[in-house]
Design a protein around this ligand. Structure first.
Ligand SMILES: *[C@@H]1O[C@H](CO)[C@@H](O)[C@H](O)[C@H]1NC(C)=O
Ligand SMILES: *[C@@H]1O[C@H](CO)[C@@H](O)[C@H](O)[C@H]1NC(C)=O
Ligand SMILES: *[C@@H]1O[C@H](CO)[C@@H](O)[C@H](O)[C@H]1NC(C)=O
Ligand SMILES: *[C@@H]1O[C@H](CO)[C@@H](O)[C@H](O)[C@H]1NC(C)=O
Ligand SMILES: *[C@@H]1O[C@H](CO)[C@@H](O)[C@H](O)[C@H]1NC(C)=O
Length: 279
């Protein structure tokens, strides 16, 4: 356990806990998600036209798709890329999971920042030998930037242990986007993930018993709706992984997010007064 013992009072929804000891991210290292739902498949298909038109002066875009599905064990997510028509110049191309989805007008700027539920930031670049210290969404930081073949194609597959197809945790990307950049961060193109296979019926959906907002955090707490006592460990039935905090949906910073704490034990006492023991 990497967090300090932490006793916090929640006097009302919106009052948040002390943050844990900073480590690599403000919430520590990213945690391995070991119960991704096997059989559930997400896919992102790039649009016909690039967002950054100068990349394709004659029209067109990076072509192809990215599929993502839990590894057979449920530990980690296997990403498969089949891309072609990559820009002939200007690489190598970084790419990341971004917090917000692409709107219908295709504006890649609206996808906001990288998926970063442990609040690591980008001040230091990702060390691929310590992937748990990288932003969860920094896939090219962890696995290398896109260096296309001379024919403009790029195909690869790998397993990332920190991003997740488990709905309800901060590291979940199934409702988010992937963005392809030039090295100077200009966004070339972006696409949303969509669920294309539901699995075999054994997939788990984890929902809190109430959706009271904790100041931007989400998913690692169960809040008893009636004010009775409720305990939960890690937000899910078969794991202690929380996958980090919920992400901001604006560029405003998260205040006191709690979601990276493992094994939160939550008691709800009385009306709106909650005491959290972070183990
Ligand atoms: C980023 O790099 C691309 C490709 O070299 C270039 O077209 C674009 O203008 C650059 N963007 C900025 C903001 O410099
Ligand atoms: C794209 O979205 C950004 C951020 O909301 C906005 O500033 C920009 O004007 C939009 N660009 C276009 C072409 O709509
Ligand atoms: C990144 O650096 C900026 C400028 O030095 C600083 O204000 C910010 O707090 C840093 N962010 C993190 C997450 O360390
Ligand atoms: C994505 O799903 C998570 C739950 O896993 C949710 O908390 C978050 O708000 C969703 N994000 C968007 C952009 O819909
Ligand atoms: C928190 O996550 C749950 C589970 O996915 C989702 O239904 C809910 O909308 C999220 N709440 C917030 C405030 O993002």
């Amino acid at each position: 356990m990497r967090v300090s013992n932490n006793l916090s009072l929640f006097l009302a929804a919106g009052v948040t806990a002390q943050s844990v000891e900073p480590e690599t991210g403000k919430l520590g290292d990213a945690t391995i998600v070991s119960n991704n739902p096997v059989g559930v498949v997400y896919k992102a298909v790039l649009p016909a036209e690039a967002w950054f038109k100068p990349a394709y002066p004659d029209g067109g875009n990076i072509e192809g798709e990215i599929t993502a599905t839990a590894a057979e064990s449920g530990e980690g997510v296997v990403y498969t890329y089949k891309l072609s028509n990559l820009p002939k110049e200007g690489g190598p191309f970084p790419y990341h999971l971004h917090v917000a989805p692409v709107p219908s007008d295709g504006n890649c700027s609206v996808t906001l920042a990288h998926l970063d539920p442990f609040i690591r930031g980008e001040n230091t670049s990702c060390n691929p030998f310590g992937p748990q210290t990288c932003q969860v969404g920094d896939l090219s930081g962890k696995f290398g930037e896109i260096r296309p073949e001379t024919d403009g194609t790029w195909e690869t597959t790998y397993t990332d242990l920190y991003s997740s197809t488990l709905e309800g945790i901060g590291a979940f990307f199934g409702n988010r986007s992937i963005v392809f950049h030039y090295p100077n961060k200009t966004r070339i193109s972006c696409a949303n993930f969509e669920k294309v296979e539901d699995g075999d019926g054994t997939s788990v959906t984890i929902l809190p018993t109430a959706t009271t907002s904790l100041g931007g955090s989400n998913s690692s707490f169960t809040i008893a709706p009636t004010g009775g006592v409720s305990t939960t460990v890690g937000g899910g039935p078969s794991t202690t992984t929380t996958g980090g905090a919920e992400q901001p949906t604006t560029s405003a910073p998260i205040s006191g997010a709690n979601g990276g704490v493992r094994g939160s034990l939550m008691g709800v006492l009385g009306l709106g007064v909650m005491v959290a023991f972070m183990l």
